[in-house]
Design a protein around this ligand. Sequence first.
Ligand code: KG4
Ligand code: ZN
Length: 340
Amino acid sequence: MNILGIETSCDETAAAIVKDGTAVLSNTIASQIDLHKKTGGVVPEVAAREHIIKIIPVIEETFTKAGINWNDIDAIAAVPGPGLISALLTGTLTASTLSLIKEKPLIPVNHILAHIYGNWLDRTEEFKFPILILTVSGGHNDLILMKDHSEFELLGQTRDDAAGEAFDKVAKLLGLGYPGGPAIQKAAKEGNDLAYDLPIAKFNEETLDFSFSGLKTAVLYGVEREYGANFDPEKLKKDFVCNMAASFQKTVVETLVERLAYATDKFRPAEVHLAGGVSANELLRKKATEKLGEIKFPLRLSYCTDNAAMVASCAYYMFQKESAKYKTWKNIQVSANFTF
Ligand code: KG4
Ligand code: ZN
């Protein structure tokens, strides 16, 4: 079964065709990074306008690369949320229009669950349930227990910033630019991660939730102590930036791995997976593997960050469970906080 996936929830205009949930026939991502670098982050309306310009060429390129045509497509998948409303609209409206014109079933896919399926792409091995997943991105930071396809339990989530959001904000205040995750990872390689003792959020009650806003504020205070309240991020010394980046990255990774280990002890899953943009982080992969043994994460870095192949994969397994549910829809209701 070939599914055309479409993804426009934030700043990537993406389309992909995936066969039977795992074989990626083509995967096209038009990144808006250069556009958003100018503002140091994503401006939703700017992202939305760019999606409108890019979506049709991206879909056309996806068909060309896969070497197939509409007769070979069995369903269309798109993301109604969570994400930026104005950005989501382009993908969902395109998908629902195509579904009506081409008379193909339309499968709405939750963006966070789609990230989980980044792990299925290009794999030939079977995974064993239950799977514990830390899915961690710019917009979300969740611990999820996957009991089977389409059976998910949310165990914990962030109470403020997601880890990726903290990476992006800290990178901005250290003058490292956008997107913050890869920039901090690079700077951290030249820094001393023991240079600054940054706080790990603790809760009074037993919980699998996260919090990163205190850590972000601690970095801000650290910069202000050194450079004063009116500091210019572009004028910080390289040593300082690298040491702070390394200390920050270490603290985020420790927080994530500690929670993941706690959840693993509590729920005894058959497998542990990492997903989402932050799962591209080398230190997170290394430390999680050291602590918990074998960890699965997306085989390619382009399957960690936003892409449409993960959307098509998730849709395939949803369709296998309940094919009768997915007709050609006229409209999909988008939602910034679409839940599952
Ligand atoms: O999954 P994604 O593309 O978009 C959302 O769903 O939010 O994730 C983007 C996030 C950004 O915050 C970015 O800084 C972070 O993933 N990220 C990383 C790395 N690569 C991307 N964070 C840490 N280390 C990385 N190597
Ligand atoms: Zn995402």
